[in-house]
Design a protein around this ligand. Structure first.
Ligand SMILES: CC(C)(COP(=O)(O)OP(=O)(O)OC[C@H]1O[C@@H](n2cnc3c(N)ncnc32)[C@H](O[C@H]2O[C@H](COP(=O)(O)OP(=O)(O)OP(=O)(O)O)[C@@H](O)[C@H]2O)[C@@H]1O)[C@@H](O)C(=O)NCCC(=O)NCCS
Ligand SMILES: Nc1ncnc2[nH]cnc12
Length: 319
């Protein structure tokens, strides 16, 4: 499994020299590692990466790395919140997670000077880390199906309660639901990350098994998401036509062989240029790419049994 050295000028995760972790620390490392792998994957169409800032004028690679450091400490809080509430009914957990989530969003905005880098990721990983804590507290298996079903349980009726109601829309997601019926990050969570489980996770696992390359597996997952995810960011920026353009382009690349196509990286760079030209940024799919990697690596957490992890396994999780 591939891993990255800490980005230039940044130290590895604090405490990286020690190898024994409490469970909440390991979940936090997985979530942090997922955010770093997502932003470093390059080239990503319309998104911030090592090549450019995509269709963004207000944020770059450093903004995301700073943001990831600012929100990372909250991942273990989400885990502990889920674990402490493991006897409560699932539908009570979201309110408990949300108070940490709002504080985490504030930490993100404080670190980025008010720029929205990871709002969707805070929501997704707040739920995932909370669900892992809750299942761990209940002594249940920590596999993809169990964790995703738990997220769906925590978010039961979230769309009906928060989107499908009268009253003024205040956020992008709420506006887009009223206008187009898109359920965005809430709908994806309430489905138990169905788009990830149906499209990007199988693509990731198949390509990693085939090639042994985590990079190629991440590209395969990203393409699967761009072709299938109803990303509210794309609709907010370019209307339904914007979403359709991205889905068609990604489907065409997949039909040409996807990551195995000749000149694949050049085609992804051209895709990037095309989205920048149209001011399109699939931020929601970027979040789900990080979710895909996290779910694919859950076994790292499952296999953890409180004994010292060999150093190389730790650096696999750290980025
Ligand atoms: C439930 C919330 C997410 C409510 O937020 P909102 O009502 O805005 O919901 P959505 O619009 O549906 O989604 C918000 C973000 O989620 C990402 N997203 C979009 N579509 C999907 C999808 N289909 N599946 C999964 N995730 C999706 C996306 O986030 C990413 O993009 C943002 C960066 O892109 P950018 O274009 O720059 O966005 P803007 O800054 O808005 O545009 P510009 O101004 O630059 O033009 C970045 O957020 C990425 O993460 C959507 O933006 C949630 O916010 C909420 O309720 N929070 C409260 C606290 C909480 O609950 N915390 C978690 C505890 S469980
Ligand atoms: N790499 C990225 N670029 C733009 N928006 C994002 N949201 C999450 N990751 C992102």
């Amino acid at each position: 499994m591939g891993f990255y050295p800490p980005p230039p000028g940044r130290r590895a995760w604090p405490g990286g020299e020690s190898c024994s972790f409490h469970h909440q620390e390991l979940v936090a490392r997985l979530a942090h590692g997922a955010l770093i792998r997502e932003v470093l994957l390059t080239p990503k169409p319309g998104l911030v990466d090592r090549r450019n800032s995509g269709a963004h004028r207000d944020m770059g690679l450093d903004t995301f790395l700073t943001s990831a450091e600012a929100i990372a400490p909250w991942f273990s809080k989400f885990f502990l919140c889920g674990m402490s509430g493991h006897r409560s009914p699932a539908e009570h957990v979201l309110a408990m997670l949300r108070s940490d989530g709002v504080a985490c969003e504030k930490a993100m905005f404080a670190a980025t000077g008010g720029i929205n880098t990871h709002k969707g990721s805070v929501f997704a990983f707040g739920l995932l880390c909370g669900a892992v804590g809750r299942c761990h507290g209940q002594g249940r298996p920590l596999d993809v199906q169990t964790i995703c079903d738990e997220v769906a349980g925590i978010c039961r009726d979230l769309v009906e309660r928060e989107l499908d109601r009268a009253g003024e829309a205040t956020t992008a997601g709420e506006h887009l639901f009223h206008q187009y019926g898109l359920t965005g990050a809430r709908g994806e969570a309430a489905s138990g990350f169905q788009t990830v489980r149906t499209f990007s996770l199988p693509a990731f696992l198949a390509v990693e098994a085939e090639t042994g390359s985590e990079q190629l597996a991440l590209f395969a997952a990203l393409l699967a998401l761009l072709a299938s995810n109803a990303d509210t960011n794309l609709v907010a920026r370019g209307g339904p036509e914007g979403l359709l353009f991205v889905q068609r382009e990604a489907s065409r690349l997949l039909a040409e062989g996807g990551v195995h196509a000749p000149y694949f990286m050049a085609k992804m760079a051209a895709f990037d240029d095309a989205l920048i030209k149209r001011n399109l940024s699939p931020g929601g799919s970027a979040d789900l790419l990080a979710v895909t990697w996290f779910l694919a690596r859950l076994s790292l957490f499952r296999d953890h049994n409180d004994k010292n992890l060999p150093k190389e396994e730790v650096s696999d999780v750290d980025a």
